[in-house]
Design a protein around this ligand. Sequence first.
Ligand SMILES: N[C@H](CCC[C@H](N)C(=O)O)C(=O)O
Length: 287
Amino acid sequence: MKLKFTKMQGAGNDFVVIDAIHQQIDFSAEQWRRLADRRFGVGADQILIVERPTAPGADFRYRIFNSDGGEVEQCGNGARAFARFVSDKGLSGERSIRVQTMSGIIAPTLEDDGSVTVDMGAPVLEPATVPFDSAGLPGLPQGHDTLWPLTLQLQGAPLEVPVSVVSMGNPHAVQVVEDAETAPVAELGPQVEHHPRFPKRVNAGFMQVVDRRHIKLRVFERGAGETLACGTGACAAVVAGIRRGLLDSPVRVSARGGELSIAWAGEGQAVHLSGPAVTVFEGEINI
Ligand SMILES: N[C@H](CCC[C@H](N)C(=O)O)C(=O)O
């Protein structure tokens, strides 16, 4: 079939966005993978689907597929692109919309300066609900957080890595590193993503604390590999950093692909993610 799409990016995290209100789509995981493939398809970290809502109080439904073809609960950079898309396509005349996702309602708002701010809802901090299996593992308290020591391999030798576990609807394991640029993301990322204590796999964050209001962050994403930015990963890293007593809200997050800003007022409160949302090109593909 001929499929219309819009290619978008938010701080370098890139997306194929599809209007499934005016197009019938019912794809297999293999077709999503092909669409996201950077040689055989359009190429993207995630595919974002725009649908009419099924939940009360929502304006749209937002579905997310990683480039490995798997559907996931949340995508923060994608939420900004979603809001820009529905506005630019005339699907909504509102600056603030309520968007139904697999993990609840989020609320993006278009700002006057062209950026988008998203109420991402409150983080989930109970390890079992991330989900993370902490059975038999000695949690290490740090401030209001608990660090969980994962045993990984680095250059053939065992390495114990303490991680914070946080869900933004999707699971995150965040470790603090001295230098994000030189952190062994390619070697440790896949080991964290597939660690047996994360039954749904996990996004692996590598956070360098520059100062109490600024971090550098790299994320090896579940189902996509390292991306140039991860919105929910930025939320999770800042929540972990605040709970560990290392950061004060709001926090500037420098990702490889651009800058995000995260604000969080503490337990039970929503996390607010701000950043860019850019349309790169429009297209059609036979798929
Ligand atoms: N890889 C993530 C989904 C995309 C999240 C990321 N692109 C963001 O901006 O939040 C997961 O499997 O949970």
